[in-house]
Design a protein around this ligand. Structure first.
Ligand code: NCD
Length: 329
């Protein structure tokens, strides 16, 4: 993907499609902006007027609980008008093409589309075809990217451990089908952690995964040694074509995070998971609910991160709109 599609010529965010193409300074700006919104969530009146008068459309072509509801809350806390489109009952199921549907939504003066789609590249496709001035935020596309999830994970790591330098982070499980892992690996490397590891059986690793900037481990005992952060992933069965695993019990025995395996990491290491979690498949209940788990902090931080990227992208689009107005005068 050409990096410039999501940036204005002055380097500000105007879409948020991927963490690829964004440098350390911009990722840090997203985290710092999100930090300032955490306080808004703790106020009596949890609203700021940054998106007042703007219309945000949530376009979810794939199911979601956390991501969709935290995007909705984020837009409402920024004072936007929010439209949630249930795609299964929309006209695309009557044969309307995606671009026709988007043109109709643009005709309703939408300012931002938050898009989740099962096809990799969907958000990028929409960003290329949408009218200038409308921001596109990727809420997960196929196996490709889930940049707001990666950024809320980065915010949680910085909040809990105070830095990225010197950290060793292990991402465990179904790397192959995970858009979350792809975005996390890139964000962690850009923000300058010491080492990103992936731990998985061969059948759940993408080919040449080491080229993404990770150290590959096939065994938990070796891979978890000395890590500061453990990120567990769900087995994405909806994307598997069968035969990749012997059984869930066997998977849990080898790769599931229980108390014994957690003891291999650094004392005080934090345990993360993007959700939804499958207890007893990738993580035991005592670890998921234990003192080292920050899984629910991740959910809370999702609101602040989404407020940050929405307000930043709207700022970038406003720059574009003034340029368009000036050119037309
Ligand atoms: C992830 C997703 O949808 O990619 N979940 C999420 O957004 N919270 C990961 C998953 O579904 O396992």
């Amino acid at each position: 993907m050409e990096p410039s599609i999501q940036l204005t010529s002055s380097g500000r965010l105007k879409h948020f499609l991927s963490v690829y193409g964004l440098d350390n300074a911009l990722l840090t700006e997203i985290l710092d902006t999100a930090d300032s919104f955490i306080e808004v969530g703790e106020r009596n009146i949890r609203k700021v007027p940054l998106l007042r008068g703007k219309t945000v459309v949530n376009l979810f072509f794939e199911h979601s609980t956390r991501t969709r509801s935290t995007f909705e809350l984020a837009a409402k806390r920024l004072s936007a008008d929010v439209l949630n489109l249930d795609i299964s009952t929309s006209a695309t199921s009557k044969g309307e093409s995606l671009s026709d549907m988007l043109k109709n939504l643009e005709a309703m003066a939408s300012d931002m589309f938050v898009v989740r789609h099962s096809q990799s590249g969907a958000a990028h496709f929409i960003a290329n075809s949408v009218t200038p001035g409308v921001a596109i935020i990727n809420a997960g596309d196929g196996w490709h990217a889930h940049p707001t999830q990666a950024m809320l994970d980065m915010l949680t790591i910085r909040q809990k451990l105070g830095r990225f330098e010197g950290l060793k982070v292990a991402i465990v499980g179904d790397i192959l089908h995970s858009r979350v892992a792809r975005s996390q690996i890139r964000a962690l490397n850009t923000l300058g952690v010491e080492e990103v590891r992936v731990i998985a059986p061969d059948t759940l690793l993408p080919q040449h995964v080491e080229c993404l900037g990770v150290k590959v481990f096939r065994q938990m005992a070796k891979g978890l040694k000395d890590v500061d952060v453990i990120i567990m992933l769900r087995l994405q069965k909806e994307r598997m074509e069968g035969g990749l695993l012997p059984s869930e019990q066997e998977y849990f025995r080898l790769y599931g995070l229980d108390r014994d395996k957690l003891a291999l990491a650094k004392p005080g290491a934090i345990v993360m998971h993007p959700g939804p979690i499958n207890r007893g498949v990738e993580i035991s209940s005592d670890v998921a609910d234990g003192s080292q788990s920050v899984i629910l902090n991740q959910v809370t931080n999702g609101i602040a991160i989404r407020m940050a990227v929405m307000s930043m992208a709207m700022g970038g689009q406003n720059e574009c709109k003034s340029a368009i107005r000036e050119a037309a005068e």
